[in-house]
Design a binder for this molecule. Structure first.
Ligand code: NAP
Length: 323
């Protein structure tokens, strides 16, 4: 029997590629329920799925922010039987804190944190009863996020304060829940990408270009626009992975005999994660990232250019972990 895999946020990016990769599995080991909040956005997925659409891949509407939508979607699954739940839907938020309203912040938590909690609460009781299941969460890597906003599960991200907090909250929630669920043979795994080239990045740039950052002092706006944003672009260009890289990593995690809890998708970030854990006071990573961003910006730009040269594609192919 194929495993039933339900994925949130499949209209674009990582969710779309995971759905297609699993649905096209050569051994046909998966039946994918690809969900999205608006089925009008299904065309890219349907096209990419090709013959798998209607066979190993079916579509469902699901908005992770709505109790009703989540309940309706899970109840429509045959016997409510889901072997693998992939919580992928998420939104970003970047900018000076002063310019972000509390409602915008709540919206990020509603999607990135409560959206996942809502899904898990609905699916978990059946998994516990069956004594089996795998819950996967697309979180965010430790390292690069530390600096520029794309990564760390347990490190801050300059100008990504609220987005980072929503992912941190998820990490704490999952670390706690994983222990209880192990008793019921239900596994929890975090997928932790750094920057990935998806609409996420485009939405962030578009969002920022529209904003005027009301209530923020000119000095902070200038750091955000002239220091943070160019560095963020550099990091994306140099270290960015493709959604297929993340899909391959996720497939490996699903197929592992003992799936790991944390799965960094890009080993190039490992030194930054190590920096954080090398000093339990937190001072080392805060000061290092401060110096890199504010004092060594130009050097960083050159280093990123050099790294792009060294890693030109051939090394990228080997960066998907776990191996
Ligand atoms: N791209 C990166 O650099 C990066 C790095 C680390 C982690 N991540 C994480 O990866 C995940 C996927 O992001 P992505 O890069 O693939 O970005 P993306 O292309 O923007 O995809 C995000 C998906 O989430 C969906 N979504 C948003 N709110 C939703 C809701 N309330 N209910 C259901 N679906 C909803 C979007 O649907 P609509 O089309 O309806 O908006 C879209 O399908 C996110 O959790 C993100 O935090 C991304």
């Amino acid at each position: 029997m194929p495993k039933v895999v339900l994925i949130t946020g499949c209209s674009s990016g990582i969710g779309l590629r995971i759905a297609v990769m699993l649905a096209k599995d050569e051994k046909k080991r998966y039946h994918v329920i690809a969900t999205m909040r608006d089925l009008k956005r299904k065309d890219k997925l349907v096209e990419a799925a090709g013959d798998a659409y209607g066979n190993t891949l079916t579509l469902q509407t699901l908005d992770v922010c709505s109790d009703e939508s989540v309940k309706h979607c899970i109840s429509s699954v045959k016997d409510r039987h889901i072997d693998v739940l992939i919580n992928n839907a998420g939104i970003g938020l970047v900018g000076p804190l002063e310019s972000i309203s509390i409602d915008e912040m709540k919206n990020v938590f509603e999607t990135n944190f409560f959206g996942v909690v809502r899904m898990i609460k609905e699916v978990m009781p059946d998994m516990k009863r069956r004594r089996g299941g795998h819950i996967i969460i697309v979180s965010s890597t430790g390292l690069v996020r530390t600096l520029w906003g794309h990564g760390l599960p347990a490190a801050g991200v300059v100008f990504n304060d609220v987005y980072a907090a929503s992912k941190f909250a998820m990490e704490g929630f999952c670390e706690s829940l994983a222990v209880q669920l192990l008793k019921f043979n239900v596994t929890v795994s975090m997928i932790e990408p750094g920057p990935v080239h998806t609409e996420f990045e485009a939405k962030m740039v578009e969002d920022v270009s529209r904003k005027e950052f009301p209530g923020t002092d000119p000095e902070t706006v200038q750091y955000f626009k002239n220091v943070y944003l160019p560095s963020s672009v550099d990091i994306f260009e140099t270290l960015g992975q493709t959604p297929d890289d993340i899909a391959r990593c996720t497939k490996k995690v699903i197929e592992a005999s003992r799936p790991r809890f944390r799965n960094l998708t890009n080993p190039l970030y490992t030194p930054i994660v190590a920096l954080k854990y090398a000093d339990e006071t937190g001072g080392l990573s805060v000061r290092t990232f401060y110096h890199v961003l504010f004092n060594l910006g130009a050097l960083m730009h050159v280093a990123m250019k050099a790294l792009r040269c060294v890693t030109c594609g051939c090394l990228r192919g080997r960066t998907v972990s776990p191996d």
